[in-house]
Design a protein around this ligand. Structure first.
Ligand code: MRU
Length: 355
């Protein structure tokens, strides 16, 4: 499986996904500003992957700080936090990573500045390693909902390219495939940036999973023909009531699934669940540059200057979600909020499903 991001000799190596699938090129990020640029320009994208990039970017920024003591060090980090935080607003993982690093620093106030710099590098790598383990657990729980012979629809790329490891939506597919289940996948191309066409179909082909690429507008017709057994997507931010922000078009897929009686699953690591928000109405939806819609890979396909509304994400109300696949198990939307509470008996609220 191709590595999305890794730390090597004080450099963050970032696979430039904007060039996939034509070229496999790593950008060497030597400072936090380059990491922030990479997040904004979608060299790296996908909620968990940009959370990892945020942590590694902070570690890079930390190396440049000249400080005599803890307070000066943390003060020096403020512009780093702010720059990374301002990159993309919807995926909660960036915020999650920054808050985790702030807590980590607060827990190590007594360390020397040099030690803290080294520890932040280790923490960035730890977040990557944890994500790999989380992906695997999501896959193991999710695969229980996939039967031999199933055809799965997915939207955007919630794949290994969007994470440190197996992906989230794709993790269930990879584990089912490992288990010998004969599955196939329909991948929505996912305009305007075509993560489905460029990334999901590419990585599934590499993994040997049969994949059929479809235009976004085909999904309903294909469901009507009875070709889809279940849908699995990822999420950028899910609120505690189970509303799901994910790539624009996810909402349409969810509604079509309901219309056709198809289960609609969301693979959601706990780092993508925002327990501070009670509903999806409060999620900030990123609007991206009009040229992403007016052009395809630099080629103009619409009149110059035409008005464009380019929403990068939409919010699917929780009532359309059959269940969430997380690293702690599968859960109904109504039980999601309990995952954020102390002392909950997880076994009692797990969703076992029909399989
Ligand atoms: O704009 P992107 O490519 O960052 O959008 C990514 C998605 O919408 C993914 O489905 C989501 O981040 C989940 S990735 C495991």
């Amino acid at each position: 499986m191709v590595k999305t991001i890794y730390w090597e000799n004080n450099v963050v190596m970032m696979l430039d996904q904007s060039r996939l699938p034509l070229e496999v090129v790593y950008v060497e990020c030597r400072n936090y500003q380059t990491v922030a640029e990479g997040i904004k320009k979608l060299w790296i994208r996908g909620a968990p992957a940009i959370g990892i990039a945020a942590a590694m970017g902070i570690a890079l920024g930390a190396q440049e700080i000249q400080a005599q003591n803890f307070d000066e060090f943390v003060e020096g980090l403020q512009p780093v936090f702010e720059t990374i935080h301002a990159t993309r607003p919807t995926a909660v993982n960036i915020h999650w990573a920054i808050e985790r690093i702030k807590r980590f620093l607060a827990d190590h106030k007594d360390e020397r500045v040099d030690t803290l710099k080294r520890m932040l590098i280790e923490e960035g790598t730890r977040i990557l390693e944890e994500d790999i383990a989380v992906n695997r657990k999501i896959g193991e729980y999710g695969a229980q909902f996939i039967r031999d012979g199933d055809t799965i629809l997915t939207h955007c790329n919630a794949g290994s390219l969007a994470t440190g490891g197996f992906g989230t939506a794709t993790a269930a597919m990879y584990v089912a495939h490992e288990q010998g289940k004969r599955i196939q996948v329909f991948a929505d191309e996912t305009r305007p940036v075509n993560q489905g066409a460029r990334l999901t179909s590419w990585e599934l082909m590499q993994a040997g999973i049969p994949v059929t690429l479809i235009t976004d507008n085909s999904a309903g017709a294909i469901m009507k023909r009875g070709l889809i057994d279940l849908a699995i997507v990822g999420t950028d931010r899910t609120t505690r009531n189970g509303d799901v922000a994910n790539k624009i078009g996810t909402y349409t897929v969810a509604v079509m699934c309901r219309e056709h009686g198809i289960p609609f699953y969301v693979a959601a690591p706990l780092s993508s669940i925002d327990f501070t928000l009670d509903s999806g109405d409060k999620i900030i939806i990123e609007e991206r540059h009009p040229d992403e819609v007016r052009t395809i890979w630099g080629h103009q396909i619409a009149p110059h200057g035409v008005n464009v509304l380019n929403l990068a994400f939409d919010v699917t109300p929780s009532r359309y979600v059959t269940a969430f696949f997380t690293e702690k198990g599968a859960f109904r939307p109504r039980d999601l909020r309990r995952l954020g509470q102390e002392g909950v008996d997880i076994d009692a609220i797990r969703y076992v499903g029909a399989c």
